[in-house]
Write a protein that binds this ligand. Sequence first.
Ligand SMILES: [Zn+2]
Length: 114
Amino acid sequence: MFETANYIEAALWAVIGVGFLVVSMRRGGRRRITALAAITFLLFGGSDVVEVQTGAWWRPWWLFVWKAACVLSMAYLLFLWRRSRKPLCAGCGSELPGNEYGVCPECATEVKKT
Ligand SMILES: [Zn+2]
């Protein structure tokens, strides 16, 4: 039962990781954050597979470090993601550097100041 649950968990993280990988390959957006998220979730899924072999998520010590690093990475990526939220252009959907610009640098659509 423990093994099955862990493999399901590993598969779930892998699916999320692949999802981020697909998003990161799309043009535009926050590619670096999504690419790092993909790596983090795939590694997290990998740690669950190792956990099945070792029998505990805190044993051996490097598995604990591995998982802790993944969790820290997720928290950091969430922080970066929230901070990187910028207004999007109504014309082309690209990110705008800030409200100080009157027009979109990509398509020259006028940007309404918020
Ligand atoms: Zn635009």
